[in-house]
Design a protein around this ligand. Structure first.
Ligand code: S3P
Length: 181
């Protein structure tokens, strides 16, 4: 594996990117850069407040800027918000900076993980399950373009991180790592 390439976690809300990213960064002794966290630090307010006061378009501009800055550095573990890679420029910037690793989970798993959380502005629909399914259908084709894909259904963050590390060690056999369905 080329050590300086970034490891970039992408995927839908509630698929475990933050948990897995923390474990990966620790195991690999790498800096962890969470794009949303960096945006909150820079703006000195929460993502939910940015959405509420300035709207999604404003948030997406901040996200794009942060991704451009972050992708210009190497050797990091980067975790992204669920909508980040829907933008083609964001996808390309992250892709050219390292390995894109997508985490997936079934709509049912995602529902269980997010139903009692309040910090996600895009998951406020009264029919949460329908909204998860709707967004997943739109986004899945983009997540599938990652170099590696893993489901986090029924797995702990540590188990997913271990699978990612094993696959990265066999970098030349990348195709082998795809376990979408
Ligand atoms: C978003 C996901 C969130 C956050 C923002 C928008 C999305 O991050 O970036 O609320 O569009 O899916 P997580 O995927 O970490 O929840």
């Amino acid at each position: 594996m080329v050590p300086s390439k970034n490891i970039v976690l992408i995927g839908f809300m509630g698929t475990g990117k933050s948990t897995v990213g923390k474990i990966l960064a620790k195991k690999m002794s790498r800096a962890l850069v969470d794009i949303d966290h960096r945006i909150e630090e820079r703006e000195k307010r929460k993502i939910s407040e940015i959405f509420e006061k300035e709207g999604e378009e404003y948030f997406r501009r901040l996200e794009k800027e942060m991704i451009r800055d972050t992708a210009s550095h190497s050797g990091q573990v980067i975790t992204t918000g669920g909508g980040a890679v829907l933008d083609a420029e964001n996808f390309a910037a992250l892709k050219s900076s390292g390995f894109l690793v997508a985490l997936t989970a079934s709509p049912e798993t995602i529902y269980q993980r997010v139903k009692d959380t309040r910090h996600r502005p895009l998951l406020k629909s009264p029919d949460l399950m329908a909204e998860i399914r709707r967004l997943l259908e739109i986004r899945m084709p983009v997540y599938k373009k990652a170099d590696l894909c893993f489901t986090s259904d029924g797995k702990s963050g540590a188990q997913v991180a271990e699978q990612i590390l094993e696959a990265l060690e066999k970098e030349e056999e990348f195709e082998f790592g795809k376990d979408w369905f």
